[in-house]
Design a protein around this ligand. Structure first.
Ligand code: DX5
Ligand code: ZN
Length: 209
């Protein structure tokens, strides 16, 4: 699956952009929420997710890059997040937060910064519908893919088989037609600058193939 990140879309025309990537074959819309604390950038929040939900024909995959996400999961789910992903580094209680996301009726995702060991999230895997591997430092679109993160994808693939887990593996950061090939064990490819920087249909079809 391909999830275009609207961080690289035209923010003055989000409805048009979402409909265009959906028509071009996108599976989910990836929404990057940043608070200026967990990451050094500020993007969008709850009211924008609510508006996007009204016009999106496909699921919203919301990536929270915020401190203390446990305070906000309910609001983000009420606003229409289908998948809600939190950073393991951002909360004192990742397990409780993941359980709460599921209780509130959304799919629960965990993610980690590139320098965080995969060991930090292994105990959480039974609570996850989605595991997101960051292949750039969270905060900005258009950065270069970090090859040393590929091992995390393989490990998650292995753990899923070994334990019969059902989470999807998603990869985010620096994805293009070359780097996507290196991540063939992932199920969902987030791409911002690659998709929004060229013809949407060509970009999405290329990533899928
Ligand atoms: C980075 C975000 C990404 C970003 C990806 O913090 O999580 O979703 O938009 O952008 P590209 O595909 O341009 O690396
Ligand atoms: Zn993201």
């Amino acid at each position: 699956m391909v999830a275009p990140s609207i961080l690289s879309a035209d923010f003055a025309n989000l409805e048009k952009e979402i409909k265009a990537v959906s028509a071009a074959g996108a599976d989910w819309i990836h929404v990057d929420v940043m608070d200026g604390r967990f990451v050094p950038n500020i993007t969008i929040g709850i009211p924008v997710v609510k508006s996007l939900k009204k016009v999106s024909p496909i699921p919203l995959d919301v990536h929270l890059m915020i401190e203390n996400p446990e305070r906000y999961v309910e609001d983000f789910i009420k606003a229409g997040s289908d998948y809600l992903t939190i950073h393991v580094e951002a909360t004192p209680d990742p397990a409780g937060t993941l359980m709460r996301i599921r209780e509130l009726g959304a799919k629960a995702g965990i993610t980690l910064r590139p320098r965080t060991s995969i060991d930090e999230i292994l105990p959480l895997l039974p609570l996850c519908d989605l595991v997101l591997v960051m292949t750039v430092e969270p905060g900005f679109g258009g950065q270069s893919f970090m090859h040393d993160q590929i091992a995390k994808i393989s490990r998650l693939h292995e753990e899923r088989q070994k334990n019969n887990f059902s989470y999807l593996i998603e990869v985010d950061g620096g994805i293009n037609e070359e780097t996507a090939k290196l991540c063939h064990e992932a199920d969902v490819f987030v791409a911002g600058s690659y998709v929004f920087g060229r013809d949407y249909k060509t970009a999405i079809t290329t990533l899928k193939s």
